[in-house]
Design a protein around this ligand. Structure first.
Ligand code: ADP
Ligand code: ZN
Ligand code: ZN
Length: 746
């Protein structure tokens, strides 16, 4: 008998399991739909990956029907299913895991969790009550009139805003004039915000060229011609965002949708507002997926996309999985940002996924940055991507003057404690205070002291669960491990030798704030880091206060490095440019260059000219020197040359294989076994390092060892690993992870 069956990929299995089920009469099921099924007589959930009509009579066994659907509509578009398979093969993760990570949490379970509210509505009798002749109290009359006027209202609004009593509503309900029912409501976190529309700006020549090339790519695709991803290399303040806004406008006009990825950290209320303002007339078609939203709010924003009500999505990494149909454009802002790489399974790089999705969906993709990643830059050199350039700031403003201060000389001047402020930086801040201009100070380390140590015996406070030092946080009066979060009271004497002369080594934002307050007694100083911005909306309020010039000096971690635009800021100080420069990671230099350039881009974005002061102990480092001269191309050339020599990405690709266990020997032993297997039939063109301890050899009580597989083709490397590990099992306490194109060398 010919019957319609579905292939269902089962949730939660350790490897991908697919079974066939029958579709019961009267149920509509499509690929991408989430369904409830029974597996070995236990309830389970899965995703329909395809539908097939087969002759069930010849199967030799009976298929079970699916039990039901999680929601009426499929959560995944066919394009997303295809993308999930791609990610699974490339990043060595089960398709099932990839699919689940594409869905917001409240939608992953047996039933989609939706917020419901009680709604009150007039019945036919209620609508007609004027003719019924029944006696009503004044209050009851009021309720009916209000509903007559407004249609349905939520019970909460009736009793709250309109101040009507529950008892009059109840009695009207008993008398059959109105009905109380439940409705699903979508929370809109920005519901109460009114956006003043701002219209498109007249583009300058450079912007126009870029916009045209994006639109041109769209037209070519429609004509069936191949196009390449576009890398927009535009200096900070060159008006990149304005170009995206206009490209999106055009996309919407053509009836298509757009996804804009921004790094989590720069997804500030300010960025969101810019999009909401431009699209104020279609405000509810813009979905914003921030991490500041509650899980429920994010889910509702995602639902708006699923229901095709939202046609523009702005969001961090996972927004690339928005179930948008008829995509017309994908933009990846600040494409060099490391936060596009997910550090848990599936370990995908959202920027690269954006390119893959654009190919699947047949739409243009724009990657943009003032400091492109060397991967993308190299792709323009080898012809895989098209390059678009915007080299001038809007209105021809000059790039800020960058001064490098050698802190080796400065630290000789201070009597005690760390050298936090050079003479030059202190003077520059004083000038700004005198002129009523504002300063941003940047320090990428939170806490008070980097660690505490005993000068008598050399004791250093280490985390007992990780191979790292503990950071002193004065505000909480705790030593805190930034790896695992373990905390303890700071000792008053040395735990080893009982000496009382324990010292604070190095400094973080907390200590810098304390010193700034001592030096600039009259200045209004505010610190922005994850410790000081724990309350909801605190960041938004602080940034607004800064914009309103109620703060003179803003001191912060990378939370303030990106995407912020304050016309009155004329000075940016980088307190310690060396944080992050000397870690064992081939990208350390690239990151430092990017960070300096991005931070410097915060200065002088208004009418006033900007100045940047960079304090460093390694003033001649190429990253610092190239950043000083605003010379991305020079930096890229030198760095790529070095990467080529050392066989680092982008020339060779990597898969980082890490083995972890609470038992050191078992981790080491398992890695050796795996190493031997990988090496035995190592395909041509691949190489393998010897097993080594990870740079962070212990974390969260687990020992960590690693090998790196290198080669030109990550797909082939993934295939080799899959082949070798197919029948390999490890002890239960041993965890093996594969990280393709890793961003943290662990
Ligand atoms: P980027 O994203 O490259 O850093 P933005 O798009 O934020 O630059 O632009 C910087 C500032 O210049 C913003 O205030 C923006 O409104 C303004 N701007 C951008 N394009 C134009 C233009 N064509 N004419 C006038 N102002 C512009
Ligand atoms: Zn000691
Ligand atoms: Zn720890």
């Amino acid at each position: 008998m010919e019957e319609k069956t579905v292939h269902v990929l089962i949730d939660g299995a350790t490897s991908d399991l697919t079974f066939s089920y029958l579709i019961p009469e009267g149920l509509d099921v499509a690929p991408g739909q989430r369904v409830r099924i029974r597996l070995r007589n236990r309830p389970a959930i899965g995703t329909v990956t395809s539908i097939e009509t087969i002759d069930t009579a010849n199967l030799g066994y009976a298929l079970k029907p699916i039990d039901g659907v999680v929601a009426e509509e499929p959560f995944l578009t066919p394009g997303l299913i295809q993308l999930a398979r791609w990610i699974s093969a490339f990043y060595l993760a089960p398709v099932e895991t990839v699919i689940r990570s594409m869905l917001p949490k409240p939608s992953r379970g047996e039933h989609e969790k939706r917020k419901k509210e009680k709604f009150v509505e007039l019945t036919a009798a209620g609508k007609n009550h004027g003719n019924s002749g029944e006696k009503l109290t004044a209050k009851q009359g009021e309720v009916l009139d209000l509903l007559q006027e407004k249609g349905a209202l939520s019970l909460a609004a009736l009793t709250g805003e309109y101040g009507l009593s529950r008892s009059s509503i109840k009695s009207l309900e008993t008398r059959g004039f109105l009905e109380v029912g439940e409705r699903i409501v979508n929370r809109d976190p920005l519901r109460d915000v009114e956006y003043a529309a701002n219209s498109a700006l007249e583009l300058n020549e450079e912007q126009r060229v870029v916009l045209d090339s994006i639109l041109e790519a769209g037209k070519k695709i429609e004509a069936g011609e191949p196009v390449k991803p576009i890398l927009l290399y535009g200096v900070t303040g060159s008006g990149k965002t304005e170009v995206y806004l206009q490209a999106i406008q055009e996309t919407i006009r053509e009836g298509k949708g757009a996804i804009v990825l921004v790094p989590e950290i720069s997804l500030t209320p300010q960025t969101a507002d810019r999009f909401k303002q431009r699209f104020a007339d279609i405000q509810d078609q813009v979905a914003i997926l921030h991490s500041n939203l509650s899980e429920g709010e994010r889910h509702d924003e995602w639902r708006k996309v699923l229901e095709q009500k939202a046609r523009i999505v702005i969001g961090a990494r996972s927004a690339i999985f928005s179930p948008m149909q008829n995509l017309g454009l994908i933009v990846v802002d600040e494409e060099h940002e490391n936060s596009y790489k997910q550090d848990i399974i599936p370990r995908y790089q959202a920027r690269d996924i954006a390119v893959v999705r654009a190919t699947i969906e047949k739409c243009p993709v724009l990657l943009a940055s003032a400091t492109p990643s060397l991967e993308s830059w190299n792709n323009t050199l080898n012809g895989k991507y098209d390059l678009a350039t915007m080299s001038k700031r809007v209105d021809d403003q000059k790039l800020p003057l960058i001064r490098i201060i050698d802190m080796r000389l400065e630290s000789k001047k201070v009597q005690s404690g760390p050298a936090i402020l050079s003479t030059k930086l202190r003077q520059s801040i004083e000038e700004r205070l005198a002129d009523g201009e504002q300063t941003i100070l940047f320090l990428n380390r939170r806490g008070f002291a980097r660690n505490i140590l005993c000068p008598e015996c050399g004791y250093v406070a280490n985390c007992r669960h990780c191979a790292t030092t503990m950071t002193l946080h004065r505000g909480d009066d705790r030593l805190i491990c930034h790896i695992c979060g373990f905390s303890q009271l700071p000792p008053t004497r040395c735990p080893e030798c009982s000496s009382r002369s324990i010292v604070n080594a190095g400094y973080g934002t907390e200590r810098a704030e304390e010193i700034l307050n001592k030096v600039f007694t009259d200045a209004r100083i505010t610190r922005i880091d994850t410790d000081s911005m724990r309350k909801k909306n605190q960041l938004r309020d602080t940034l607004n206060a800064f914009r309103a010039k109620k703060i003179d000096i803003l001191l912060g971690t990378q939370m303030i490095a990106k995407g912020l635009h304050f016309p009155n800021v004329t000075l940016v100080g980088i307190l310690n440019a060396d944080v992050g420069l000397h870690i064992p990671d081939f990208r350390a230099g690239e990151r430092t260059f990017q960070l300096l350039t991005q931070v410097a881009g915060r200065a002088g974005r208004g009418e006033l000219e900007g100045e940047v002061v960079v304090q460093t102990y390694t003033p001649h480092h190429p990253s610092i020197q190239h950043a000083r001269h605003h010379d991305f191309e020079g930096f890229a050339e030198q760095e790529l040359l070095m990467r080529r020599q050392f066989g680092h990405p982008p020339f060779q690709r990597m898969v980082l294989v890490t083995v972890r266990s609470v038992h050191q020997e078992r981790a080491e032993f398992s890695l050796k076994t795996l190493h031997a297997r990988l090496k035995r039939e190592l395909p041509e063109g691949m190489s393998l390092t010897e097993p080594l301890p990870s740079p962070l050899v212990k974390s969260h009580d687990q020992w960590r060892f690693q090998i790196i597989l290198k080669g030109a083709n990550p797909r082939r490397m993934a295939a080799h690993i899959r082949e070798v590990t197919r029948d390999l099992t490890f002890p239960p306490d041993v965890i093996v992870t594969y990280d393709v194109d890793p961003y943290s060398m662990g």
